[in-house]
Write a protein that binds this ligand. Structure first.
Ligand code: AMP
Length: 278
Protein backbone atom coordinates (compact mmCIF):
# COMPACT_ATOMS: atom_id res chain seq x y z
CA UNK A 1 0.00 0.00 0.00
CA UNK A 2 1.32 3.44 -0.94
CA UNK A 3 0.86 6.19 1.62
CA UNK A 4 0.52 9.69 0.18
CA UNK A 5 0.47 12.94 2.14
CA UNK A 6 -0.67 15.25 -0.64
CA UNK A 7 -3.72 15.17 -2.85
CA UNK A 8 -1.48 16.05 -5.81
CA UNK A 9 0.36 12.74 -5.44
CA UNK A 10 -2.93 10.85 -5.17
CA UNK A 11 -4.31 12.58 -8.25
CA UNK A 12 -1.27 11.84 -10.40
CA UNK A 13 -1.40 8.18 -9.31
CA UNK A 14 -5.14 8.10 -10.14
CA UNK A 15 -4.58 9.73 -13.56
CA UNK A 16 -1.97 7.13 -14.43
CA UNK A 17 -4.24 4.26 -13.39
CA UNK A 18 -7.25 5.74 -15.19
CA UNK A 19 -5.25 5.94 -18.42
CA UNK A 20 -4.71 2.20 -18.12
CA UNK A 21 -8.47 1.73 -17.93
CA UNK A 22 -8.74 1.10 -14.17
CA UNK A 23 -11.88 1.91 -12.21
CA UNK A 24 -11.06 3.92 -9.07
CA UNK A 25 -12.89 3.51 -5.76
CA UNK A 26 -12.61 5.89 -2.83
CA UNK A 27 -13.43 5.46 0.87
CA UNK A 28 -13.15 8.65 2.96
CA UNK A 29 -12.75 8.15 6.72
CA UNK A 30 -11.63 9.92 9.86
CA UNK A 31 -9.52 6.95 10.97
CA UNK A 32 -9.68 4.98 14.24
CA UNK A 33 -10.74 2.27 11.84
CA UNK A 34 -13.01 -0.64 12.68
CA UNK A 35 -14.58 -3.46 10.72
CA UNK A 36 -17.33 -1.10 9.46
CA UNK A 37 -14.71 0.95 7.62
CA UNK A 38 -13.02 -2.20 6.37
CA UNK A 39 -16.34 -3.43 4.95
CA UNK A 40 -16.37 -0.29 2.78
CA UNK A 41 -12.83 -1.08 1.59
CA UNK A 42 -13.94 -4.63 0.79
CA UNK A 43 -16.96 -3.41 -1.16
CA UNK A 44 -14.78 -0.99 -3.08
CA UNK A 45 -12.30 -3.75 -3.87
CA UNK A 46 -15.11 -5.88 -5.27
CA UNK A 47 -16.50 -3.09 -7.44
CA UNK A 48 -13.34 -1.31 -8.59
CA UNK A 49 -9.72 -1.97 -9.63
CA UNK A 50 -7.96 0.46 -7.30
CA UNK A 51 -9.13 1.38 -3.81
CA UNK A 52 -8.08 4.60 -2.12
CA UNK A 53 -8.80 5.29 1.53
CA UNK A 54 -8.36 8.68 3.15
CA UNK A 55 -7.86 9.33 6.84
CA UNK A 56 -8.44 12.90 7.89
CA UNK A 57 -10.08 14.12 11.08
CA UNK A 58 -11.85 17.05 9.49
CA UNK A 59 -11.97 19.95 11.97
CA UNK A 60 -14.66 21.87 10.06
CA UNK A 61 -17.33 19.23 10.64
CA UNK A 62 -16.97 19.28 14.44
CA UNK A 63 -19.32 21.74 16.09
CA UNK A 64 -17.91 20.80 19.48
CA UNK A 65 -14.23 21.49 20.25
CA UNK A 66 -14.12 18.79 22.93
CA UNK A 67 -15.42 16.17 20.52
CA UNK A 68 -12.65 17.06 18.05
CA UNK A 69 -10.00 17.02 20.79
CA UNK A 70 -11.07 13.61 22.05
CA UNK A 71 -11.76 12.03 18.67
CA UNK A 72 -9.78 8.74 18.73
CA UNK A 73 -6.65 8.61 16.61
CA UNK A 74 -4.92 5.27 15.96
CA UNK A 75 -2.78 5.77 12.83
CA UNK A 76 -0.48 2.75 13.25
CA UNK A 77 -3.32 0.28 13.72
CA UNK A 78 -5.23 1.95 10.86
CA UNK A 79 -2.31 1.45 8.47
CA UNK A 80 -2.00 -2.20 9.47
CA UNK A 81 -5.74 -2.80 9.02
CA UNK A 82 -5.75 -1.19 5.58
CA UNK A 83 -2.71 -3.21 4.55
CA UNK A 84 -4.43 -6.41 5.71
CA UNK A 85 -7.55 -5.39 3.75
CA UNK A 86 -5.37 -4.92 0.63
CA UNK A 87 -6.24 -1.28 0.22
CA UNK A 88 -4.07 0.16 -2.58
CA UNK A 89 -3.59 3.76 -1.48
CA UNK A 90 -3.85 5.57 1.82
CA UNK A 91 -4.13 9.32 1.66
CA UNK A 92 -3.24 10.80 5.07
CA UNK A 93 -3.06 14.54 4.65
CA UNK A 94 -2.12 17.34 6.97
CA UNK A 95 -4.81 20.00 7.46
CA UNK A 96 -2.85 22.39 5.18
CA UNK A 97 -3.11 20.02 2.25
CA UNK A 98 -6.90 19.96 2.50
CA UNK A 99 -7.40 23.62 3.38
CA UNK A 100 -4.31 25.40 1.95
CA UNK A 101 -5.88 28.86 1.94
CA UNK A 102 -8.09 28.48 4.98
CA UNK A 103 -10.98 29.24 2.64
CA UNK A 104 -14.50 28.32 3.73
CA UNK A 105 -17.21 27.30 1.34
CA UNK A 106 -20.90 27.61 2.12
CA UNK A 107 -23.36 24.93 1.05
CA UNK A 108 -27.12 24.84 0.98
CA UNK A 109 -28.42 21.30 1.03
CA UNK A 110 -32.00 22.41 1.50
CA UNK A 111 -34.31 20.69 3.93
CA UNK A 112 -32.30 17.48 4.28
CA UNK A 113 -29.43 19.59 5.65
CA UNK A 114 -31.49 21.35 8.29
CA UNK A 115 -33.11 18.47 10.18
CA UNK A 116 -31.77 15.79 12.56
CA UNK A 117 -27.95 16.04 12.55
CA UNK A 118 -28.21 19.36 10.70
CA UNK A 119 -30.41 20.79 13.40
CA UNK A 120 -28.57 19.28 16.37
CA UNK A 121 -25.03 19.85 15.10
CA UNK A 122 -25.12 23.29 13.47
CA UNK A 123 -22.45 23.65 10.78
CA UNK A 124 -21.71 19.91 10.73
CA UNK A 125 -22.95 19.23 7.21
CA UNK A 126 -21.31 22.36 5.86
CA UNK A 127 -18.02 20.94 7.15
CA UNK A 128 -18.81 17.55 5.64
CA UNK A 129 -19.63 19.31 2.35
CA UNK A 130 -16.33 21.18 2.42
CA UNK A 131 -14.12 18.17 2.97
CA UNK A 132 -16.03 15.74 0.74
CA UNK A 133 -16.12 18.25 -2.09
CA UNK A 134 -12.35 18.84 -1.83
CA UNK A 135 -11.63 15.11 -1.66
CA UNK A 136 -13.94 14.12 -4.52
CA UNK A 137 -12.77 16.93 -6.81
CA UNK A 138 -9.12 16.37 -5.90
CA UNK A 139 -9.12 12.60 -6.35
CA UNK A 140 -11.85 12.20 -8.98
CA UNK A 141 -12.69 8.54 -8.33
CA UNK A 142 -15.35 6.72 -10.34
CA UNK A 143 -17.10 5.54 -7.18
CA UNK A 144 -17.10 6.64 -3.55
CA UNK A 145 -18.34 4.42 -0.72
CA UNK A 146 -20.18 5.65 2.36
CA UNK A 147 -21.77 3.83 5.29
CA UNK A 148 -25.51 4.05 5.86
CA UNK A 149 -24.81 4.33 9.59
CA UNK A 150 -24.50 8.00 8.68
CA UNK A 151 -27.73 7.82 6.72
CA UNK A 152 -28.30 11.55 6.42
CA UNK A 153 -24.67 12.08 5.43
CA UNK A 154 -25.08 9.76 2.44
CA UNK A 155 -28.08 11.85 1.34
CA UNK A 156 -26.04 15.04 1.77
CA UNK A 157 -23.14 13.64 -0.26
CA UNK A 158 -25.51 12.56 -3.06
CA UNK A 159 -26.98 16.07 -3.08
CA UNK A 160 -23.48 17.59 -3.12
CA UNK A 161 -22.46 15.47 -6.11
CA UNK A 162 -25.66 16.55 -7.89
CA UNK A 163 -25.18 20.25 -7.09
CA UNK A 164 -21.55 20.19 -8.22
CA UNK A 165 -22.18 18.08 -11.31
CA UNK A 166 -19.58 15.48 -10.38
CA UNK A 167 -19.75 12.22 -12.29
CA UNK A 168 -19.03 10.02 -9.29
CA UNK A 169 -21.25 7.14 -8.16
CA UNK A 170 -22.06 7.40 -4.47
CA UNK A 171 -22.52 3.91 -3.07
CA UNK A 172 -24.34 3.42 0.23
CA UNK A 173 -23.15 0.40 2.23
CA UNK A 174 -24.88 -1.45 5.10
CA UNK A 175 -24.22 -0.78 8.81
CA UNK A 176 -21.81 -3.18 10.47
CA UNK A 177 -22.63 -4.01 14.07
CA UNK A 178 -20.88 -5.50 17.08
CA UNK A 179 -22.11 -8.97 18.15
CA UNK A 180 -24.49 -7.33 20.67
CA UNK A 181 -26.00 -5.12 17.95
CA UNK A 182 -24.30 -1.80 18.71
CA UNK A 183 -23.39 -0.06 15.45
CA UNK A 184 -19.62 0.00 15.03
CA UNK A 185 -18.22 3.48 15.49
CA UNK A 186 -14.82 5.02 16.16
CA UNK A 187 -16.47 6.80 19.07
CA UNK A 188 -17.24 3.45 20.76
CA UNK A 189 -13.54 3.42 21.67
CA UNK A 190 -14.21 6.33 24.02
CA UNK A 191 -16.85 4.49 26.08
CA UNK A 192 -16.03 3.16 29.55
CA UNK A 193 -16.87 -0.49 30.22
CA UNK A 194 -20.08 0.54 31.94
CA UNK A 195 -21.06 2.99 29.17
CA UNK A 196 -20.32 0.36 26.54
CA UNK A 197 -22.73 -2.02 28.28
CA UNK A 198 -25.47 0.60 28.38
CA UNK A 199 -24.82 1.59 24.73
CA UNK A 200 -25.86 -1.89 23.64
CA UNK A 201 -29.43 -0.92 24.59
CA UNK A 202 -29.59 1.52 21.65
CA UNK A 203 -30.26 -1.07 18.91
CA UNK A 204 -32.57 -3.02 21.23
CA UNK A 205 -34.66 0.07 22.00
CA UNK A 206 -34.73 1.03 18.33
CA UNK A 207 -35.90 -2.41 17.27
CA UNK A 208 -38.68 -2.48 19.86
CA UNK A 209 -39.68 1.09 18.92
CA UNK A 210 -39.89 0.11 15.25
CA UNK A 211 -42.26 -2.73 16.19
CA UNK A 212 -44.33 -0.33 18.31
CA UNK A 213 -44.47 2.22 15.49
CA UNK A 214 -45.99 -0.46 13.26
CA UNK A 215 -48.41 -1.76 15.90
CA UNK A 216 -49.37 1.32 17.90
CA UNK A 217 -48.18 4.31 15.94
CA UNK A 218 -45.35 6.82 15.76
CA UNK A 219 -46.29 8.84 18.86
CA UNK A 220 -46.34 5.70 20.97
CA UNK A 221 -42.93 4.61 19.64
CA UNK A 222 -41.40 8.00 20.37
CA UNK A 223 -42.74 8.01 23.91
CA UNK A 224 -41.33 4.54 24.43
CA UNK A 225 -37.84 5.64 23.32
CA UNK A 226 -38.01 8.76 25.51
CA UNK A 227 -38.97 6.69 28.51
CA UNK A 228 -36.41 3.95 27.98
CA UNK A 229 -33.51 6.34 27.53
CA UNK A 230 -34.69 8.48 30.43
CA UNK A 231 -34.48 5.42 32.69
CA UNK A 232 -30.75 5.13 32.02
CA UNK A 233 -28.72 7.59 34.10
CA UNK A 234 -25.75 7.29 31.72
CA UNK A 235 -27.81 8.15 28.65
CA UNK A 236 -29.33 11.33 27.30
CA UNK A 237 -31.50 11.40 24.19
CA UNK A 238 -30.55 14.03 21.61
CA UNK A 239 -33.29 13.02 19.16
CA UNK A 240 -35.34 10.08 17.99
CA UNK A 241 -37.32 10.61 14.81
CA UNK A 242 -39.30 8.53 12.38
CA UNK A 243 -38.89 10.02 8.95
CA UNK A 244 -39.74 9.52 5.33
CA UNK A 245 -36.95 7.45 3.78
CA UNK A 246 -36.25 9.98 1.01
CA UNK A 247 -37.31 13.43 2.15
CA UNK A 248 -36.45 12.99 5.86
CA UNK A 249 -39.77 14.65 6.65
CA UNK A 250 -40.86 13.75 10.15
CA UNK A 251 -43.78 11.29 9.91
CA UNK A 252 -46.86 11.20 12.12
CA UNK A 253 -47.86 7.79 10.78
CA UNK A 254 -46.07 5.19 8.71
CA UNK A 255 -49.09 3.69 6.98
CA UNK A 256 -48.14 2.84 3.38
CA UNK A 257 -44.89 4.78 3.72
CA UNK A 258 -41.24 3.85 3.54
CA UNK A 259 -39.97 5.03 6.90
CA UNK A 260 -36.66 5.13 8.71
CA UNK A 261 -36.03 5.75 12.40
CA UNK A 262 -32.96 7.74 13.38
CA UNK A 263 -31.49 8.27 16.81
CA UNK A 264 -28.74 10.30 18.46
CA UNK A 265 -27.90 9.54 22.09
CA UNK A 266 -25.26 10.72 24.49
CA UNK A 267 -23.76 7.87 26.46
CA UNK A 268 -21.71 9.69 29.05
CA UNK A 269 -19.92 12.35 27.02
CA UNK A 270 -19.96 10.32 23.81
CA UNK A 271 -22.58 11.03 21.19
CA UNK A 272 -23.65 7.98 19.19
CA UNK A 273 -26.00 7.75 16.21
CA UNK A 274 -27.84 4.85 14.65
CA UNK A 275 -30.75 4.20 12.33
CA UNK A 276 -33.17 1.46 11.43
CA UNK A 277 -35.49 1.11 8.49
CA UNK A 278 -39.08 0.52 9.57
P1 AMP B 1 -16.00 8.05 9.85
O1 AMP B 1 -14.58 7.62 9.97
O2 AMP B 1 -16.80 7.88 11.08
O3 AMP B 1 -16.13 9.41 9.22
O4 AMP B 1 -16.66 7.05 8.82
C1 AMP B 1 -16.12 6.86 7.54
C2 AMP B 1 -17.11 6.07 6.73
O5 AMP B 1 -17.33 4.81 7.35
C3 AMP B 1 -18.47 6.78 6.64
O6 AMP B 1 -18.99 6.61 5.33
C4 AMP B 1 -19.28 6.02 7.65
O7 AMP B 1 -20.67 6.03 7.39
C5 AMP B 1 -18.71 4.63 7.51
N1 AMP B 1 -19.01 3.84 8.71
C6 AMP B 1 -18.83 4.22 10.00
N2 AMP B 1 -19.29 3.27 10.83
C7 AMP B 1 -19.79 2.29 10.05
C8 AMP B 1 -20.42 1.04 10.32
N3 AMP B 1 -20.65 0.61 11.57
N4 AMP B 1 -20.81 0.27 9.27
C9 AMP B 1 -20.59 0.70 8.00
N5 AMP B 1 -20.00 1.86 7.68
C10 AMP B 1 -19.61 2.64 8.69
Amino acid sequence: MHIFRTIKEVKSFVDEKKQLGNVIGFVPTMGALHQGHISLIETSRKQTDITICSIFVNPTQFNNADDLKHYPRTPDTDIQMLQDAKCDILYMPDVNDIYPNNETQQFDFGKIGNVLEGEHRPGHFNGVGQVVSILLKGIQPHKAFFGSKDYQQVMIVKELVKQQNLSIDIISCPILREPDGLAMSSRNKRLTVEERKVASLIPIIMKKAADLAREKGVTYAKLYVDEQIHQQPLMKLDYYEICDFESLDSLQDIYNKRAISLIAVFVGAVRLIDNLEI
